[in-house]
Design a protein around this ligand. Structure first.
Ligand code: SAM
Length: 210
């Protein structure tokens, strides 16, 4: 893409961003990202986040989902957040920085959990998209599959996972995996998720260990 075209598309993105109702609302309500309203819509409908829950938030930066969760799991719950980017600390959130695809990061997360079964795994992880579907789709599905593997390993029986996926290759296979191990699986497209984005969220509830 030429520099001039790149500049005009980033200007368009900025204009759209500052006009966006969810961006304005997040600023008003003190959330770090408009993404919080995706989780809020799903949580209002399904009642996922409860006082006392242990929640793992994968792909957590800048931190709006963790902000949302920490106030709902208090006083006895725990939120463990992970991202490869740095995140400003949040009171009540245990924060880990690193690439979730790396074994060392998984080991660190497991060490923090210290064998406590997890009630809810959230994954809003998304690759830096190139706009080339053949590149973006496998990367997005890889992250979603890793989040589901982690959920299968750490959830308590009856626990839930909410994972961002891109529609396309690999989606049906992941849906099938979730349907085999969970009592109920729903496909969610919250209103705050832009219509042009291929993202969807899979919510799998009531984990049954095989
Ligand atoms: C859409 S943002 C998450 C927004 C977040 N839910 C919030 O409410 O603020 C996606 C995040 O996934 C993270 N991510 C992507 N790949 C990752 C990886 N391999 N390991 C850890 N984090 C990753 C990105 O760094 C980015 O911060």
């Amino acid at each position: 893409m030429s520099t001039r075209r790149k500049r005009s598309s980033s200007r368009r993105w900025l204009d759209e961003h500052f006009q966006d109702e969810y961006v304005k609302r997040a600023q008003r309500e003190g959330f770090r990202s408009r993404a919080v309203y995706k989780l809020d819509e799903i949580n209002r409908k399904y009642g996922l986040i409860k006082p006392g829950s242990i929640v793992v938030d994968l792909g957590a930066a800048p931190g709006s989902w963790s902000q949302y969760c920490v106030s709902r799991v208090r006083p006895d719950g725990q939120v463990v957040a992970l991202d490869r980017l740095a995140m400003q600390p949040l009171s009540g959130v245990t924060w880990l920085q690193g690439d979730f695809r790396e074994q060392a990061m998984l080991d660190e997360l497991l060490a923090v959990l210290a064998g406590h079964p997890v009630d809810l795994v959230l994954s809003d992880m998304a690759p830096n998209t190139s706009g080339i579907k053949a590149v973006d789709q496998p990367q997005a599905m890889d992250l979603a599959e890793l989040a589901v593997d982690f959920a299968q390993r750490c959830l308590r029986p009856g626990g839930d996972v909410l994972v961002k996926v891109f529609q396309g290759e690999g989606f049906d296979k992941l849906l099938k995996t979730l349907r085999a191990d969970f009592g109920k699986v729903c496909v969610c497209k919250p209103s705050a998720s832009r219509a042009r984005s291929p993202e969807l969220y899979l919510l799998a509830r009531n984990y049954a260990h095989r």
